[in-house]
Design a protein around this ligand. Structure first.
Ligand SMILES: Nc1ncnc2c1ncn2[C@@H]1O[C@H](COP(=O)(O)OP(=O)(O)OP(=O)(O)O)[C@@H](O)[C@H]1O
Ligand SMILES: [Mg+2]
Length: 341
């Protein structure tokens, strides 16, 4: 659906050259929600704007629905862009127009016949749950309601792709959830492909199927959200994940335990706690849970436990191997103080 290959965007002015995006490649399949995460200045917005050519890439290609947008003339590009909707953190509504007027404006700009506009606006308002605000002005709306207008406007031309630039960053957590729910329902019911950029990992955890993590214009790691949560490879990925599912036990607490401290991660349907108790029994170990949580990511459970294991050193090693064999990841955070503690 979307295929970026070796995209680079360099901003050049008389004084200096800034690299916005550097050698970025990724694919988003039809009907996927793809999250792009990174700190401020990482290049997220630059990359997003390269997808609909609001920003022309310095090099590389961007294909949407099989068409290389970088090769189109301006009228063909305008046509292709109608199939790519976009929403923003600051909504950009026209303050002098009502909700109806804002959406009607987008429809008219796309060449929809005047007579078809009222019905279509009403359809869109129903779709975003805002029928009762048809005649309100933006100043009379909450942030969440404004974003709903933004979404209705972005859907005006029946786009196949929706690009979201920090669409929930100006909203409180509850409103964020309701907007994410709306995006999810558009994704499921309309088969809309969504690319969503955010600096909040919670947003990604909530709705994205795949994600990419950006730093200094580059993608440092990408893959399925579940896989990256279960086994992040890069430090930056770990840092972002730590913000939402922190499994760190404070040093002061750790100091109170003398045994081996291990982090065990169970993926999918495995009942983690059962395996742990089997393991303790089989290898005659004593165990203490220091931390435990089951997170649901992309609808699938991911169990994470931090344990203290006490027993004969060889048995602790064997127990780790046993857990690994039963398809869980084990990471030793700290070896026991002595082999026989
Ligand atoms: N129009 C522009 N002209 C010059 N430099 C730009 C322009 N737009 C972005 N940049 C630079 O490109 C880099 C990436 O910026 P970008 O806005 O893409 O980051 P971002 O990840 O979206 O950040 P934020 O989270 O703050 O929105 C930054 O160094 C920025 O200063
Ligand atoms: Mg940005």
């Amino acid at each position: 659906m979307i295929e970026a290959r070796e995209l680079t965007k360099v901003y050049k002015s008389k004084k200096r050259t800034v690299i916005g995006v550097e050698d970025v490649s990724f694919r988003v399949e039809k009907g996927e929600i793809f999250g792009i995460v990174g700190y401020s200045g990482a290049g997220k917005s630059s990359l997003l704007r390269c997808i609909n050519l609001l920003e022309r890439p310095t090099s590389g290609t961007i294909k949407v629905d099989g068409i290389d947008l970088t090769k189109l003339n301006s009228s063909k590009l305008r046509e292709a862009r109608l199939k790519i909707g976009m929403i923003f953190q600051h909504f950009y509504l026209i303050n002098q127009k009502t909700v109806y007027g804002n959406i009607a404006f987008a429809l008219k700009a796309a060449g929809v016949e005047q007579s078809a506009v009222p019905t279509r606006v009403d359809e869109l308002l129903k779709r975003v749950g805002l029928s009762d605000k048809r005649d309100a002005y933006p100043a009379q709306l909450s942030g969440g309601q404004k974003q709903r207008v933004g979404i209705a406007r972005a859907l005006a031309n029946n786009p196949r792709v929706l690009l979201c630039d920090e669409a929930t960053s100006a909203l409180d957590p509850t409103t964020t959830k309701s907007i994410l729910k709306l995006l999810q329902s558009l994704n499921k019911e309309l088969g809309l492909t969504i690319v969503l950029i955010t600096h909040e990992m919670n947003v990604v955890k909530e709705v994205c199927h795949k994600m990419a993590i950006m730093q200094d214009g580059k993608i440092v790691e990408q893959g399925k959200v579940y896989d990256l949560f279960a086994e992040p490879k890069e430090e930056l990925t770990k840092e972002f994940i730590d913000n939402v599912v922190s499994f760190n036990v404070p040093e002061r607490t750790l100091a109170q335990f003398s045994g081996t401290i291990a982090k065990v991660v169970f993926k999918g349907e495995i009942a983690g706690e059962g395996i742990i108790s089997d393991m303790l029994q089989q290898f005659s170990l004593n165990g203490n849970f220091l931390h435990g949580a089951i997170e649901y990511i992309d609808g699938k459970p991911l169990g994470i436990f931090i344990l203290e294991l006490k027993g004969e050193a060889g048995a602790v090693k064997q127990a780790m191997a046993y857990i690994q064999k039963r398809s869980a990841e084990v990471e030793v955070i700290r070896d026991g103080h002595s082999p026989l503690n």
